[in-house]
Write a protein that binds this ligand. Sequence first.
Ligand code: C2E
Ligand code: CA
Ligand code: CA
Ligand code: CA
Length: 280
Amino acid sequence: AKAAGKAQAIVFSEEMLEGAPERLALETDFRHALERDEFTVVYQPKVGLKSGVTESLEALVRWIHPTRGFVGPDLFIPFAEESGLVMELGRVILEKACMDAVRWQQHNVVVAVNLSPIQFRNPNLVDEVRNALEMSGLDPKFLELEITESAVLGDVENTIRVMNELKTLGIRLAIDDFGTGYSNLAHLKHFNVDVLKIDQAFVRGGNGGPLDHLSDGAIVEAVIGMAKAFKLHVVAEGVESINHADELRTLGADLGQGFYFSRPVSGEGIDEFLAAEFSS
Ligand code: C2E
Ligand code: CA
Ligand code: CA
Ligand code: CA
């Protein structure tokens, strides 16, 4: 199930943004970008480690800047969060992802959208998710929201309440970057979630070589054991080699996501990829 992922041009780097004028220009541009609809969503397959079939896609935002080209989220999500503009950006991403996901329901493929911790604390979140489902016509069972482990740990009472409300919509919930937040595992059983995503730090590592082994197999094994005890699906991120995929399958992870299977690709790319995968 190797997708035809095209490498993306990185014409914009962290170093380039170190200067204050550059940073300021980016911030001014960001506000205009929302008005001009310069954000797009790319999708990375999550592949069944046993079936080899794409079961889910993670939606990842990209900014198509008029002069700078493709800008990755690490360069603007922090600013979007500090300024509060992530609320508006998050709404745009959710709507775009739900509209794309409608085309992939026929293949039983779920689309997972990242939620910023700021969005997770927004009292209108549940209404916004409901609106995105209604306007797109997406069956809620094909929408998943990814919330980072660190975001859910802050105010546990609030987390439990918001998760329960979101679950009444019929969507799926995932805890992202699991293993990095020093979770009190006792909380996990109160969280109404479906999926645990093991952080890529425990999967990739090594030299980035084609035969790399798991970076921390013992942690991966422990997380999978715990996830199974709570009847959660396990997704491993950062799968870059065949050995990663084989070892994860042996340890009982359900899905793998990473450059070994595919880089993130455009919605049109996913249309073609799914049509090919499900025709054979
Ligand atoms: P994340 O949610 O942990 O997303 C996974 C990131 O790992 C993505 O980077 C993906 O391209 C990258 N990745 C996947 N497989 C591999 C692999 O095998 N090797 C390597 N080296 N990297 C891999 P991306 O798209 O640059 O996103 C970075 C982060 O930005 C995301 O981390 C997430 O925290 C944030 N982000 C992305 N899209 C959104 C969005 O729509 N909303 C919000 N709030 N945050 C987003
Ligand atoms: Ca994620
Ligand atoms: Ca992640
Ligand atoms: Ca991350």
